[in-house]
Design a protein around this ligand. Sequence first.
Ligand SMILES: [Zn+2]
Length: 307
Amino acid sequence: MSCRLVARRRLLPAIVVVGLAVAGAAAQQQRPRIPPTGTIKKIRDDLYVIPGAGGNTTVFVTQGGVVLVDTKLPNNGEAILNQVRSVTDKPVSTIVNTHSHPDHVGSNEYFPASVDVVTHENTRKWMAANPRVASNPAAMPDRTFTDRMTLGSGDDRIDLYYFGAGHTNGDAFVVFPVPRAMAAGDMFAWKMAPLIDPMAGGSVLALPDSLEKALNVIPDVDTVIEGHGDLNTWEGFRDYVQFNRALVDAAKAGMGKKTAEEIAAGLKPKFPVFTKEELLTDMEYGGTPLSRAVINVNVAFQELGKR
Ligand SMILES: [Zn+2]
């Protein structure tokens, strides 16, 4: 095993430990760590989101059936379907997974094997490496894409985009051109610096490049559905992209001279939303926005140290 791999393997447990420590503090305040599958909310005609139980599930009702983007943690398939049934009787025809994490692919297995599962090719690779997912052929992708893929046409059109590594190295942006909406997966979640998963190819140094490509290439989106948490706007997404660029630039400039805490604090005046010091409601993985920014500066130090 190379030094690079050894270092990367040490990094994720450190992030998880930080996250769990903060989540433990939150639990002592009677905060539910992971809320259950919530009530479906309408975004636009034929477009909905189901919060809770892991990542957001986007629901798009097309002529040919219901398209789901992400399926939450395991054992939430029935709860997802019950929410879908409150808005349409059409069958689920397609699942798009934004990436391979269990809180986004966990309930794929509930849906019949006839459902078309679509992911980025690297996400398929990570799903195949997860015995729980790989042991169930119905949960695995039927089709993959590399840079772009279009599903459906006219009012039902969905465009899938991949712009490079960030949260993992298989994060899809799922765009609904007619309702002018985008599901961003965990490339943009909880209005804070994203978790970087080096074990699934994630990279904080690549993140701003990938996000800027999305910002520059994807046209005509008004509503952004974050991977977890509330909806956002395209302007909110632009601010977030600029924040992640500023974080990496500041980490590069400050490495060896300042601490991660000092660097993250330096982002506060320009990016107050992404550097809040309060825990947010229903934060499943714990941590304040500022603490997540500090983690990502440290991840940047690690990645820069390996260059
Ligand atoms: Zn994730």
